[in-house]
Design a protein around this ligand. Structure first.
Ligand SMILES: Cc1ncc(COP(=O)(O)O)c(C=O)c1O
Length: 406
């Protein structure tokens, strides 16, 4: 089994003094990813589709990156991915496409646990006469229940938009069950997988989702995002790219195309996953290799998650916002409030100790409002990745303890 030291040695940033526990904001990248981007920019940095060798190679990189990320998400045979600069941009693009596809009076349900990226773009469709129904949460726990969802469907419901994991609460919801319920009512789902993807194996085919999105920069890659859609889902929409580009494949949905050097970095993530899986080689990893690697990363996170939750629970005056359990039902993204110290005051202590965490509403602005959390300072959020250690978490808890004693 691969050791944490061997994993950490792959990430140049981790050799420095900073403790990175703000991974839900953005993860670090393995050296292979950074090197691949450098090599692409210094060796193959030309435009796609031109009749010469270097251009053919750069075209291949971008094409292969699409195939790879679709495999990474588990979407082979059932769908395709579009790549873009961010999740926010891709959901905004998707909502714009739906504004032309749906009819006034059609309804969209969206979950109050959402990051604004999968909330605001849908809300803006009200101006086209679409009806937007919030899927409410329990204000104490932040849970959006299936019962609450069930009562919202009508004959006009067309879409259900929700996060797989809230980037503030850290709970994992049952995507397959929600998707099945939506499909029983004739609606499609748009799932924000951003806060899930760094921690577990994505399996869009098994879940049956229509749309699933994640940000590649939070999964050890370059600053981009990927939108998976089932073939039928893409086919019924008209993409916003230029009129002469055929409405086939996802290029019609990639305004100006995807970052080419980013595609080189995405492909190199496959090399890292091969290393994690203990299956060295040059070829694009098979889906089974992806599964082995992601399951290993998930297993590595568990002790870190446990140390974090247990450490926080022992601190006086703490309220964990979201589930205060540890295990597969959550990811190691944990938010909390203290009964005396403000989030900013707590983070001043961690900053002084060289530990990177953050406070705020985390763009889950409406979730904070629904839970009665002040949006000025929001919550303190600690978010670990597989490369973090129990030792790092214990140092963090020690800093919190000192701050709370002061
Ligand atoms: C759950 C979740 N969804 C969406 C986003 C937005 O992603 P992007 O920065 O790619 O637009 C974030 C970013 O933090 C997020 O945490």
């Amino acid at each position: 089994m691969i050791t944490t030291d061997a994993i950490r040695a792959c990430f140049p940033a981790l050799a420095g003094p900073t403790i990175y526990l703000e991974n839900a904001g953005g993860s670090q990248v393995p050296r292979v990813v950074a090197d691949a981007m450098h090599e692409y920019m210094t060796g193959t940095y030309v435009q796609l589709g031109a009749p010469y060798d270097v251009s053919r190679r750069s075209t291949e990189v971008v094409d292969q990156a699409h195939i790879w990320i679709n495999r990474f998400m588990g979407g082979e045979e059932v769908g395709e991915v579009a790549l873009g600069p961010s999740c926010t941009q891709l959901v905004t693009m998707l909502a714009e496409c739906y504004s032309r596809h749906l009819r006034p009076g059609d309804e969209i349900i969206f979950c109050q646990t959402a990051h604004e990226a999968n909330y605001g773009p849908w809300l803006k469709l009200e101006r086209f006469g679409l009806v937007i129904n919030p899927w409410p949460i329990d204000p104490e726990t932040g849970v959006a229940s299936l019962e609450a969802l069930r009562s919202l469907f009508t004959a006009r419901t067309r879409l259900v938009c929700f996060p797989h994991v809230s980037n503030l609460l850290g709970e994992v919801v049952d995507v397959a069950a929600i998707t099945q319920l939506a499909h029983e009512h004739g609606a499609e789902v748009v799932v924000d997988g951003v806060a899930f993807a760094p921690h577990r194996l994505m399996d869009v085919r098994a879940w049956g989702v229509d749309w699933y999105i994640y940000s590649t920069y939070k999964v050890f890659g370059p600053h981009m995002a990927a939108l998976f859609g089932r073939h039928e889902a893409w086919e019924k929409l008209e993409g916003p790219n230029h009129f002469f580009i055929p409405n086939q494949g996802t290029y019609k949905f990639e305004l100006g195309g995807a970052s080419h050097e980013g595609c080189a970095g995405l492909l190199a993530l496959g090399d890292y996953l091969r290393f994690v899986a203990g299956e060295p080689g040059e070829a694009m990893p098979e889906r089974s290799t992806v599964a082995t690697a992601m399951n290993r990363l998930a297993a590595m996170e568990l002790p870190v998650q446990q140390a974090l939750i247990q450490g926080l629970r022992r601190l006086p005056g703490i309220r964990i916002v979201g589930p205060d359990s540890f295990g597969p039902e959550r990811v190691p993204t944990v938010s909390f409030l203290h009964n005396r110290l403000s989030p900013a005051e707590i983070c001043a202590h961690t900053d002084a100790a060289g530990i990177g965490i953050r406070y705020g509403h985390m763009y889950a602005y409406r979730l904070c409002l629904a839970m009665g959390i002040g949006v000025e300072e929001g919550v303190v959020r600690v978010s670990a990745a597989h490369y973090n250690t129990v030792d790092e978490v214990e140092r963090l808890i020690g800093v919190f303890r000192g701050a709370m004693r002061a």
